[in-house]
Write a protein that binds this ligand. Structure first.
Ligand code: FE2
Ligand code: FE2
Length: 209
């Protein structure tokens, strides 16, 4: 995608960074910078636009420090329905972030907007940039959860499997805490599980020929 940085209606990287510094906690800012670094290196590795990866990473948690009420009314004011997100309000910042990137940041690239929108839940059949942001959010340098190094290693060779492992990790974390799991995440897990097993079956078939 060619982002026109001379277009005044599109926020520059500096403007987004400035907004972040004033609107998210310090720790969150560090996380966002970490996601941007991981996303850029995955973009290089998998042939995605580095600039798009950086922009999507910058927007992904831009509204993460807003409370539930603020997010719900923002989403509604902008003409969308928070829907199932009301049962899993920690996902609302992703929907709100995508709306914000478009209406405030002037982003029109749907791949960037979807990468922001689905970065928390994932979804079936994600595009390359969506997968990069989804995985980068999991493996950025500041993450320390059990199994993160394994996912980091997988991400270097098999992005779909890294998506699958990240989904598994996030779904079991939510279940352990008795929190609602969004249907998009469950669908995504089935989708990536099938994709990987079909791929493995095809590889075996090719080997035997
Ligand atoms: Fe997030
Ligand atoms: Fe994040």
């Amino acid at each position: 995608m060619n982002m026109d940085y001379t277009d005044k209606s599109v926020w520059s990287i500096d403007k987004i960074r400035h907004f972040l510094m004033n609107n998210v906690k310090q720790e969150r800012f560090q996380h966002i910078m970490g996601v941007a670094e991981s996303a850029k290196s995955l973009a290089v590795h998998y042939g995605e636009s580095i600039a798009d990866a950086e922009v999507a990473a910058y927007y992904h948690d831009i509204l993460k420090d807003r409370n539930k009420e603020w997010l719900v009314s923002y989403i509604r004011e902008e003409g969308e329905d928070p829907g199932e997100g009301l049962l899993a309000w920690k996902t609302l910042h992703a929907q709100a972030g995508a709306i914000f990137a478009k209406s405030e940041g002037g982003i029109s690239n749907l791949e960037i907007l979807n990468a922001v929108r689905y970065h928390t839940t994932g979804r079936a059949s994600m595009g390359l940039l969506e997968k990069i942001i989804f995985v980068a959010d999991f493996i950025e340098a500041g993450r320390t959860f059990d199994g993160v190094d394994e996912i980091r290693a997988i991400a270097e060779s098999d992005l779909d499997r890294a998506v699958f492992e990240s989904l598994n990790s996030s779904i079991s974390y939510l279940r352990k805490k008795n929190e609602y799991v969004m249907s998009t995440s469950l669908e995504a897990r089935i989708y990536y599980e099938n994709l990987i097993s079909e791929r493995t079956a095809n590889e075996k078939r090719n080997e035997s020929h």
